[in-house]
Design a protein around this ligand. Structure first.
Ligand SMILES: *Cc1c(COP(=O)(O)O)cnc(C)c1O
Length: 362
């Protein structure tokens, strides 16, 4: 039986009628940008993350740029960012005029640590982008204890929760989200948000997303056009009450893999202390990752490597990445392999993945 790498259609099928009804009602209302659905989603998402404010924007990459600008990041500043992440985490930095400074990750968690950040800090460090990669949780408080504000890139961490009930998006100074369709909370197109409990930062990103204006008459800042639309916000509102159930399904999927013995064949991702990750991707490590991918794909099982060329080695980052030695990043990039993960990954599917991999070992 084929096992897909992701399965977003099965969970959405269960709420199909609700989504269609919501879309119809928005078409009837005829308000398409920054209207009542966006306002309601912002209130609901802020309550969900446990922050005072959520601000809807056009996508997760814009969210990063606006959040960095609100933090006052600009020319002459440095922003620390992991290299083992989706490229957009780093790409946002030069848009502000600042310089990306790449730091290493712990290959066991795929996240940055206070030590790797410390090694990259200079007097010019203005902020740190902590990516909660694959849904795991970066140690935001330990990093802020170094005396630098943390922007959480929570694009992959919707549904993740800490044992004490707090969530990514509420752990640092400001946080960014992507609602790209494949994310744990996905729109039917592009969408993003910024969460923060700082009133001033929230007001600044609200202004920046609409051309630097509060009243559409006076333009105080050179801003952006980066708005969330009503259809996306409405669709996200229908999904939000289901997010925790889907996250439980992803956590159950990870347990199925553990109980099926996947950890005897490959290195499993290490859960950050105190975290209950909503695995956006379930990424294992093996020195034979490419061979295992071929075997899985030949068996009809989705598997792929992520970020084989990490951000600091991408051509556009040459100016800032050349000659860096990031051993944890190199290891994660070389050995990682995402295996199927979704809210509906069951034990039989986990057994099938393990059986296919067991066949290679002998
Ligand atoms: C998806 C993603 C982004 C970018 O989000 P978009 O909505 O596609 O612009 C940024 N950072 C991380 C870690 C992501 O996974």
């Amino acid at each position: 039986m084929a096992v897909p790498l992701f399965n977003t259609s099965a969970p959405l099928a269960a709420i199909d009628a609700d989504i269609r009804a919501k879309v119809s009602s928005i078409l009837d209302a005829g308000v398409y940008v920054l209207g009542p659905e966006v306002r309601a989603f912002e209130a609901e998402f802020a309550a969900y993350t446990g922050t005072a404010h959520a601000v809807g924007v056009a996508n997760g990459t814009d969210a990063l740029v606006l959040a960095l600008r609100a933090l006052g990041v600009g020319p002459g500043d440095e922003v620390i960012v992991p290299s083992f992440t989706f490229y957009a985490s780093a790409e946002a930095i030069p848009h502000t005029g600042a310089r990306p400074v790449f730091c290493d990750v712990d290959p066991d968690t795929f996240c940055i640590t206070a030590e790797t950040v410390k090694a990259a800090m200079t007097p010019r460090t203005k902020a740190v982008i902590a990516v909660h990669l694959f849904g795991n949780v970066a140690p935001v408080e330990e990093i802020e204890a170094l005396g630098v504000p943390v922007l959480e890139d929570a694009a992959q961490a919707a549904g993740t929760v800490l044992d004490d009930g707090r969530r990514p998006g509420a752990l640092g100074t400001i946080a960014t989200w992507s609602f790209y369709p494949s994310k744990n909370l996905g729109a039917f197109g592009d969408g993003g948000a910024i969460t923060t409990s700082d009133d001033t930062l929230a007001e600044t990103v609200r202004t920046l997303r609409f051309h630097g204006s509060r009243d559409k008459q006076t333009f105080e800042l050179v801003g952006h056009n980066s708005r969330l639309d009503e259809l996306q916000a409405g669709i996200l509102r229908v999904q939000l009450p289901h997010l925790d159930g889907w996250a439980d399904g992803r956590r159950a999927g990870a347990r199925h893999y553990q109980e099926a013995g996947l950890g005897e064949l490959v290195t499993l991702p290490k859960t950050a202390p105190g975290a209950r990750p909503a695995w956006h991707l379930y990424v294992v490590r093996s020195e034979r990752a490419d061979e295992l991918r071929t075997v899985l794909n030949d068996a009809g099982i989705g598997a792929r490597a992520y970020y084989r060329t990490p951000a600091h080695l991408q051509p556009a980052m040459r100016e800032w990445g050349e000659g860096l030695d990031l051993p944890g990043t190199a290891e994660a990039a070389r050995t990682n392999l995402a295996v199927p993960m979704s809210p509906v990954l069951d034990r039989a599917q986990a057994d099938e993945v393990v059986a296919a991999l067991t066949a290679v070992r002998v």
